[in-house]
Write a protein that binds this ligand. Sequence first.
Ligand code: SF4
Length: 404
Amino acid sequence: MQWHRTDAQTLLLRLLRSPCSGVPHDVAAAYAKLALRSGTLLEAIERGDLALPASERDCVLRFARNIRRVRSLDAQPESALRDGIAGAFELAAFEPALEAAEEAGHETELRLTEPQPLEEPAGVAPWQRHFSASALNAYAECRRKWFYRYACGAIEDRGSAASAYGSAFHLALEDFHGEYPRPVAADEAAMRRRIRECITWAFETHRNGFETRVELELQTRRAQRTAQRYVDWLLVQEKEAPFEVLGREVPAELELDGRPFVGYIDRLDRDELSGGVAVIDYKTGNISATPAEYVEKIRTFRDFQLPFYYWARTAAGDRVTRLVLIPLKDALLDVRPVALQVGRNVSAGELERSRERMIALSAELASGETRSFETTRDAAACVYCAYALACASKPPSEAQRFAS
Ligand code: SF4
């Protein structure tokens, strides 16, 4: 009745998910989720936006037909409207329950079920699957975020243009270094041409990650400019310390105290003079500006990525001498890597402590004893958090703090 009066989409979705709709629960939930994005439930159903088995499709189409029929009914007299709704949704089958509710003195438009007994408080189920440096980074940044993303799988993160930019750039460089494992000045023109082609192809491959064709075009141009600066840097690097690319997207697998850790290393290089191996990570977002800043993150257990790669490659038999982040975000700046020389910028002891911390955190997550997941105190971490809407106890932003 209320939906007929207001035509509110939330009431329609509630009706869809109620037992009266005749639509199986999971199908109703899927269409409700779709409608929250598109805002047009009935049209989505009638277009058949979800591929369903015939019996479920019939249920959902019947629901849409009934809704259209109810919508066409006159609101007055109310009793006729009520009968019309009851007829469309065959509510007679629900009558015994309605009567019982009325006898018990409950309102009949909305009936509450019996409250369920409270569950005994317990820890979150032990984490059984593999660990990764990015999961531990999320845990270090905000425990609640880890809980939403990894323990609940709370919502589907549809990704953003920034993540599509990162994926496309990584793909382009993987392809590029397949052809140019040893960049040399004599190949400069060919390298510049080839990297342009790689960027165009990779961004076209990831075109669905961008909302509009214009955004795709703008981001592709931005990447083209950055890629040329990347070639500038390769040529300087080749002159100062020639290197060979040993691998791209190299799987990193490691057992820490019996628990499996996995990841992928963007690039592995061998220094041609010393024979040492460098672990390279491309970064298309914000990163530490200096080696000292990045080492501080390692020391304070806020970043585990390069230490994890260090231990994975060391276990694989490599002599890892450099850990390098390559910033690829800003098309207006020269590419200036943040490079840590093992033993000089970052000590073996610091890497060992990072390893111990990874073991301790993974043990904590695998224990099943963790009962609460604190929110971060750093409001900056919430700005791009996919769970910000659901997260009731996030810290106030700077603007909110000043306003209060
Ligand atoms: S909104 Fe902030 S506090 Fe909440 S989960 Fe995300 S990062 Fe953590």
